[in-house]
Design a protein around this ligand. Sequence first.
Ligand SMILES: NC(=O)c1ccc[n+]([C@@H]2O[C@H](COP(=O)([O-])OP(=O)(O)OC[C@H]3O[C@@H](n4cnc5c(N)ncnc54)[C@H](O)[C@@H]3O)[C@@H](O)[C@H]2O)c1
Ligand SMILES: [Zn+2]
Length: 361
Amino acid sequence: MRTIRVHLGKRSYPIYIGSRLLGQTGRIVRSLSLGDCAYIVTNARIKRRYGRALATSLQRSKVTVAWALVGDTEQSKSLAQAARLITGILKNCRSRRVFIVALGGGVIGDLAGFVAAVYKRGVPYIQIPTTLLAQVDSSIGGKTALDLPVGKNLIGVFYQPRLVICDTNAITSLPLRQIIAGMAEIIKYAVICDPIFFKFLEKKYPQILAKDQGTLAQVVSRCASIKARIVERDEQETRGLRTILNFGHTLGHAIETAGGYRRLNHGEAVALGMVMAVDIGVRLRMMPKGEAIRIERLLKSCGATVQMRGVSLSKVLRAYVHDKKFVGRKNKFVLLRGIGKAVVRENIPLGLIADVVRGRS
Ligand SMILES: NC(=O)c1ccc[n+]([C@@H]2O[C@H](COP(=O)([O-])OP(=O)(O)OC[C@H]3O[C@@H](n4cnc5c(N)ncnc54)[C@H](O)[C@@H]3O)[C@@H](O)[C@H]2O)c1
Ligand SMILES: [Zn+2]
């Protein structure tokens, strides 16, 4: 088992990474004295596969278990679902010391984290991410979020988990499409700050796609450690450092919104957003063409789509202008000067952005 610590003073927490860690959850939770009633937020599919191992481990450590099942789509990140979960806590764990367990992908992590943050002004929660994307990204850093019909992640607070358990064994049941989505975020870490990791990925991506447990543990650890170091320096994205994690997300979110959150998943949209951000860098002569080609080649080799299909260009541009990263009339973009060198630039001409999006349509 590998351990990475997120150092945030009193809000510090460990991330444990390894195969078959689910069965150790009870022991770890006990050692942290998180509470005696685990309110586990998950969906039916994940409960069927991993519920028993988790519940048994918790119950062996004298922790009572209550389940809250939510739907299996982005639509679950809603205020109505949050209210339903809170009512469920009151019903099932009222007289006990409750802590919340997010067992699932980023949707469940964002929703359960939000509920933990607001229920009685905050109860402990732990993340047990079961998608590759959630293991390398969304379970770490304390961003919680709900969507509104008008846009994604519009409601949310920063609220750190007390523990993250990344069981690479959970990835074995993950469909290839979700693995590819996770690969997009993994490649993001490499291109923003770690050229050696990028070379590693160029060599080892087939093992990741094949869900090799050792390689997965290596990759999840590297990404978790990059994210932890960035979050430690800029927990609430006020110092501009955490912003580089948004590489590929400015246009990525616009693409996700334009597709109604159904056509493309988060990772697929981010892959497209990244090639577009790379295109902008090349057009501005900020980055060498050869490095742009390497990034696109790696994304394609991993199965990511680098050409936007089935999403309307005008919808993407409209969603982009409404994005929360578009402050006043100024826009902000994370671009690359090369692999491993992310920079934040403002005022990228709208005409250039439209051109680049058109070029990928
Ligand atoms: N909070 C953050 O910092 C942050 C960062 C990135 C993304 N996000 C959010 O995360 C969400 C995307 O997360 P995601 O990509 O994990 O998607 P997801 O949570 O929708 O999960 C994708 C699919 O995989 C299934 N699944 C999950 N684990 C499985 C397993 N082990 N085996 C088989 N199927 C499994 C789910 O049921 C679902 O159908 C978005 O809402 C995005 O906004 C948040
Ligand atoms: Zn993301």
